[in-house]
Design a protein around this ligand. Sequence first.
Ligand SMILES: [Zn+2]
Length: 163
Amino acid sequence: MQIALASSVRRKICRELSQSGRRETGGLLLAEQLDDEGRFRVVDVTVDPRGGESTYFERRPELHTQALEAFFEKHSNDFGRFNYLGEWHSHPSFPVTPSMTDVTTMQAMVEDVGNIDFSVLMIVRLRMFVMLQVGANLFMRGRAPQPVEMINDPAPRIRRKFI
Ligand SMILES: [Zn+2]
């Protein structure tokens, strides 16, 4: 799997991290699937207004449902292309690798049958006020986590459907 961050998302995350300082923050990753080979582009992220608590994985259905519904509506309910991709949070004082708790919680989320089959955890950290470090892992039911390659945001494609 490869993931690109839209420049607007990169800016939004940087802004959020500089405002949060040493407090952790996070939310959902909302993405566009670019092809059938596992390339995704994160086109928006939600930011949990109750940021700073110890974990970002507690399901808060009302917040998530609202954010997801607004996202789906914006993209004409094209779920095949625009959908939930995973979770993100910051590690202001630690490397951008998942903690034991991160791994356990993400794996439990995808192993829960009836829930999602896969989910990405992206961890971010701001260095020197402007440099965004990003680490991402893919969690899948019945499999060990796999590192995700972060790629540059591809040039906008010609959207055949609008021609
Ligand atoms: Zn973490």
